[in-house]
Design a protein around this ligand. Structure first.
Ligand SMILES: [Zn+2]
Length: 366
């Protein structure tokens, strides 16, 4: 048995009692030492995985809610591609609420819930506001405008905190988890939720390199009870129509949400920042199409961290292949960036073709 097979066997034992199963479709897909060969292997497997997902049962309820907006350097958002003097774009951060059937009954996943107040301790946001000094104080509302909060949106949807079974994030940048997950002394806002996180992402957050520190909330994962954290070594199927698939790149331990909703598959992570990132040849953002043509790029990386750019390129092709085409926008894909570029007046010259708005399909069942 290889080490990888060993890990998978161990994971199966840990996850089976929770009704979670290991997805084996992508195991070994990146083992070639030739990057192009790796890309094509992943692409082929992504095609088959998409077909398998579409042949399965969709989720019962799917909702996305806008939580908070934040400025983000244009130079990172579309790495090297944009020709514009607009220094910052705005990202709209969202959470997904998904209810689905499992062998153990209905489960509810909350994906990407930001603790808006807690997350502002992230050095990147602090640097930004410090740099702006008093002007920063005066424009703080504009820099970090609240759309809503996780608590309010769940209440509006009629979902009590104790009904959330799982919480997961595509990666842990900026996240302060203790308010939700509690500590050795408090149960946290979601007393029954388990955190589903890739082992690599969790381990990274415990011992960051200096190049990563700016993007992680200090102590955001400290003192969270171990029994509330489920470490994943593989891509997993949580139940009917919902998967967490390893897509390293933006961070080493990155994963993507994959959801089967009606007859569509949606994929979400922060490897790319908008629909244009996944279809740059269709983009009207100044410079993006030309850059993609010039260098034969299928995607444009979100490049603030570049923890592994080759993996990120492959992961983005994988994400758009699993997601498939968007039915309303020919040439674009059903990849909903977890922090998606928002439409704002001052960045109107640097706008993606469209933005996924808030979505709701089905009804939550208590
Ligand atoms: Zn990030």
């Amino acid at each position: 048995m290889t080490a990888k097979e060993n890990i998978t066997a161990h994971q199966k034992d840990t996850l089976a009692p929770l009704g979670i199963s290991v997805i084996e479709d992508f195991i070994g897909a990146r083992s070639s030492s030739r990057p192009k060969e790796r890309l094509e292997e992943v692409r082929q497997r992504a095609v088959r995985f998409r077909e398998r997902m579409l042949a399965g049962t969709p989720v019962e309820y799917f909702q996305s809610v806008d939580i908070v907006s934040a400025p983000y350097p244009t130079k990172y958002a579309y790495l090297n591609a944009v020709k514009s003097l607009v220094p910052f774009i705005f990202l709209g951060n969202r959470a997904f609420i998904i209810q689905f059937q499992t062998s153990l009954g209905k489960k509810t996943l909350l994906f990407g819930p930001a603790d808006v107040e807690g997350n502002t301790k992230t050095p990147f946001f602090k640097l930004l506001t410090d740099k702006m000094g008093r002007i920063g104080d005066m424009t703080k509302e504009k820099l970090l405008p609240f759309y809503s909060s996780v608590e309010v949106e769940l209440q509006k949807a009629g979902i009590p905190p104790e009904s959330i079974d799982y919480i997961s994030y595509d990666h842990l940048h900026t996240q302060e988890l203790r308010k939700w997950m509690g500590s050795s002394t408090t149960p946290g806002y979601f007393p029954n939720a388990k955190l589903l996180v890739m082992r690599q992402e969790w381990e990274s957050a415990q011992d960051l390199l200096v190049t990563q520190k700016k993007w992680y909330c200090p102590d955001g994962t400290r003192d969270i009870p171990a029994e509330r954290v489920i470490l994943l070594d593989n891509s997993v199927m949580l139940g009917d129509g919902v998967a967490l698939v390893q897509t390293p790149g933006h961070t080493e331990g990155n994963h993507s949400l994959v959801v089967h909703v009606n007859d569509q598959i949606y994929v979400s992570s922060e490897n790319g920042m908008s629909v244009d990132s996944y279809a740059p040849l269709q983009s009207n953002i100044p410079g993006v199409r030309k850059y993609a043509e010039q260098f034969n790029m299928e995607i444009i990386l979100n490049g603030n961290t570049l923890e592994n750019s080759i993996d990120q390129y492959i992961s983005m092709v994988m994400e758009k292949t699993i997601a498939g085409p968007n039915p309303d926008h020919p040439g674009f894909f059903n990849v909903i960036s977890s922090s998606e570029q928002a439409h704002t007046w001052h960045t109107r010259t640097v706008q993606p073709a469209f933005r996924f708005g808030q979505m709701k399909v089905g009804q939550y069942q208590s």
